[in-house]
Design a protein around this ligand. Structure first.
Ligand code: NAI
Length: 336
């Protein structure tokens, strides 16, 4: 199976976990601890097979390394996935991961991700002190703060200010609705799309946003497209036709692949690398854990400076921003 996942040789350690008595399987991947202990959440997901689960955990862990490196954190990349198979013993699965994290003795610190609730995290925290459990402050607020700093940098990259800018926010959940609040204060003209019509309507009435149907989000003209719903929305076909002048949001892996990034770059549309723009939550989690305090505004605003620098260099060197960001992160890790 490993042979079919070409980049697995980059990894420090990959653990395949199975409870001997109960129905529970999981994979833990440590990509790199060169800059510091690995950080990454636990995802519980119904995969189509083991290979898909392995690919997911490896890709997520590797992205965490790049994210830490560009956020200037003394931390590296890891991730855990629980294979959500029929009959899964959920408690057993979180205990399994908790025991593996404990055995890693501080090389991996874990927390929430898709499919993992506060109750699940409390189970992990019973087994290891390298999972904070819950109650670590407003992580979503820190993510939104960082994305907003990156949005400003994107607006500048297209020669504009947020005031009067037409901004389409796809997904107005925990992060998206907070961005809308900040964007409205900054004078942006908001357009919102959400599969939850009530959520979109609430933002519309609070901030005078125009609502478009979810299916129209990628076809509606705007200055800035802000994906805050799900990943992979920009595939090659969408990249060729997206009627926006710049892209920057919270969603992970918003580019389906590097080719989509190249198409947008060739069209002169700057795309802020998602793992740079959405690092505020990670900065929050790592700082609370390592320094016992939350990041202040200046620390989170640095995300805007890093984004601005990457977008300027991307133009100068004619390299798509995401590819450039990965190269910078790789060099930082290699030089550690
Ligand atoms: P959330 O689950 O609170 O909000 C997502 C929103 O998107 C929901 O309102 C949902 O109804 C909507 N949505 C789902 N599918 C949609 C579609 N096809 N079209 C339009 N809207 C759709 O999630 P949250 O926490 O706001 O995160 C947003 C994105 O940012 C996610 O992709 C998440 O993985 C990513 N992210 C979040 C971080 C955080 O601190 N919350 C940190 C880093 C990344």
């Amino acid at each position: 199976m490993m042979a079919e996942v070409p980049f697995h040789r980059e990894f420090e350690q990959v653990l395949f976990l199975r409870d001997g008595r109960r129905a529970a399987r999981a994979i833990v991947a440590l990509h790199s601890t060169r800059l510091g202990p690995a950080f990454g959440g636990i995802r519980r997901w119904r995969y189509r097979g083991d290979e898909e689960a392995l690919r997911d955990v490896l890709e997520l862990a590797r992205t965490m390394t790049w994210k830490c490196a560009l956020a200037d954190l003394p931390a590296g990349g890891g991730k855990a996935v629980i294979l959500d198979e029929p009959g899964l013993d959920r408690r057993a699965a979180y205990e399994l991961v908790g025991d593996a994290v404990a055995a890693l003795g501080g090389r991996f610190h874990t927390g929430p991700d898709a499919g993992t609730t506060d109750a699940d995290l409390r189970i992990v925290a019973e087994r290891t002190r390298y999972c904070p459990g819950t109650g670590h402050g407003d992580i979503g607020g820190s993510t939104a703060h960082g994305v907003f700093a990156a949005l400003r940098a994107c607006a500048r990259a297209i020669g504009r200010d947020l005031d009067g800018l037409e901004v389409l926010v796809q997904g107005v959940g925990a992060v998206g609705h907070r961005l809308c609040e900040r964007l409205a204060v900054a004078g942006a003209k908001l357009i919102v799309a959400d599969v939850d019509a009530g959520a979109a309507d609430r933002v519309a009435s609070a901030h005078g946003a125009r609502v478009v149907a979810p299916a129209e989000a990628l076809r509606t003209g705007c200055d800035l497209f802000v994906p805050c719903a799900l990943g992979g929305v920009l595939d090659t076909a969408v990249a060729a036709s997206l009627p926006a002048r710049a892209v920057c949001g919270a969603a992970n892996n918003v580019l389906a692949d590097d080719e989509a990034g190249r198409i947008l770059h060739a069209r002169g549309i700057p795309v802020a690398p998602d793992f740079v723009a959405n690092a505020g939550g990670l900065i929050h989690g790592v700082m609370v854990h390592q320094d016992g305090r939350e990041p202040d505004a200046a620390r989170l605003d640095r995300i805007g400076d890093v984004t601005a620098e990457l977008l300027a260099r991307s133009r100068r060197e004619d390299v798509p921003p995401r590819e450039l960001a990965v190269a910078v992160a790789r060099a930082r890790v290699a030089g550690a």
